[in-house]
Design a protein around this ligand. Structure first.
Ligand code: SF4
Ligand code: SF4
Length: 335
């Protein structure tokens, strides 16, 4: 199917009549996914958003339930949503978050309800950024896994392809015209030209991490880290959270807030003991969680190569360099 670029705001307006629609919006020099009230608010001239769209399904701060005396009200959000224009790496990250929030041990109704009621309309990456390394992490600039519909920019138009059954149903409502051979060929040309130039070697990485918990290599990675947490807050796969109860008299609520393993308070015990005393342990945890523990638990790496932690780090700490150093290190299990 095909849609002219100048017809996109009208299509978004139709979706807004039925769904909460989230799309990239320009904010100064960057873009963020926000709920839009008019199709013209969406902005697609971006490489990728500064912050991933994960907060639409897993908000930075969310009330889980509130109570007043013996009355309790659970805050489940079942509103129908469309996330429009997300990148393939961010769609892949949601598949990883699915394993965290629904598995054989537990199911998180807050995330899963939003997830079940959300359609994902992706936008292929015609111009991968120099910090992108999705192809090293099992994805790609035109990878459609996890999406319901995929759009490809072919100049004045977008090629629109259904990926899932839900996507086919959405496209049927859009009443678009069929794509011709020339438009399909133009999309193939754009796809071939979209090359991710950065490669990160992942072969054998897990085996190295299995063996190097006590390696001296961890002494240096954290040295310039400020512990600001920007890398984790802007990561589409990071999902650590804290729970707080806010109460006054017999009324109150329970709130879940994003947290970060890069903060010293994250593991501070009530006794005053902190098992991750310094930046060294915290940096090791961040890397281990993504490239070892997540693989142990879910058989996948908790990184999609979006490059946001690289772009958003105030001291230019680059996870690609850390991984390269680990790959070049000796695997040792001695203390
Ligand atoms: S963004 Fe950079 S400085 Fe901030 S916690 Fe992460 S690695 Fe450290
Ligand atoms: S670790 Fe960095 S590159 Fe990997 S998904 Fe998170 S923010 Fe993106």
């Amino acid at each position: 199917m095909i849609i002219a670029k100048n017809a996109l705001p009208g299509l978004l307006d139709k979706l807004i009549a039925e769904y909460e629609v989230y799309a990239p919006v320009k904010e100064g020099t960057y873009s963020l996914y926000k709920q839009i009230c008019k199709g013209t608010e969406a902005y697609f001239g971006f490489l990728n958003s500064k912050i991933p769209p994960k907060g639409i399904l897993f908000p930075q701060s969310e009330k889980l339930f509130s109570y007043s005396g013996a009355q309790m009200e659970e805050c489940i959000d079942s509103k129908k949503k469309v996330v429009f224009g997300l990148r393939p790496c961010d769609a892949q990250s949601l598949l990883l978050l699915d394993s965290v929030f629904k598995n054989d041990k537990y199911e998180d109704p807050y995330y899963m309800n939003r997830r079940a009621n959300t359609l994902l309309v992706g936008m292929a990456c015609c111009y991968p950024a120099p910090t992108c390394f999705c192809t090293s992490m099992g994805g790609g600039p035109f990878d459609s896994k996890g999406l319901d519909v995929m759009l490809t920019d072919i100049g004045d138009e977008y090629l629109v392809e259904a990926v899932s059954e839900k996507g086919r149903e959405l496209m049927a409502k859009m009443a678009l015209s069929a794509a011709g051979d020339g438009q399909k060929a133009a999309a193939a040309k754009v796809r071939d030209a979209a090359v991710v130039t950065c490669e990160v070697k992942t072969d054998g990485l897990k085996n190295k991490l299995d063996a190097n918990f006590y390696d001296s290599i961890w002494e240096s990675f954290h040295e310039k880290c400020l512990g600001c947490g920007s890398c984790t807050y802007s990561c589409p796969t990071c999902h650590c959270f804290d729970i707080v109860d806010e109460a006054r008299d017999c009324n109150g609520c329970r709130v879940r807030n994003w947290d970060s393993c890069m903060f010293p308070l994250f593991t501070l015990h009530g006794s005053g003991h902190n098992p991750r005393t310094t930046g060294k342990e915290r940096m090791r945890q961040r890397v281990m969680h993504k490239f070892k523990y997540f693989v142990d638990n879910f058989n996948a790496t908790a990184c999609v190569g979006c490059g946001r932690c690289i772009k958003n780090c105030p001291v230019n700490l680059d996870i690609r360099e850390i991984l390269a150093d680990i790959q070049g290190s000796e695997a040792r299990s001695d203390k």
